[in-house]
Design a protein around this ligand. Sequence first.
Ligand code: FES
Length: 113
Amino acid sequence: METKLSDYKETEAASRKKVRLTFLPLNVTVEGEEGKSILELALEHDIPLDHNCGGNCACTTCHVIVKQGMENLTEAEDNEDDMLDKAEGVTLSSRLGCQSHVYGDVVVEIPGR
Ligand code: FES
């Protein structure tokens, strides 16, 4: 039997784990595919997370503070850390939503909301 690329892609998508991401103080939990960024998951579910540079690590408007599940995010690279240094209200748990990819359940706060 011939396996089509579209069949393979569907199988692959179906086998991807689902993750849950909670946004505070909205207290809204969304579910999505693992590996997407916090920003991607927010936009898919109409969560108002600003992203002035379009998710290119060139602003700080997607700044979030991770309350739970930091271990379920990809590690910050140098350019993210450099940009975060310019963010208002930055904490040790701060991340840029467009640069943090989710591989498990995570709770974040959108500062200033
Ligand atoms: S959207 Fe600009 S740094 Fe994330």
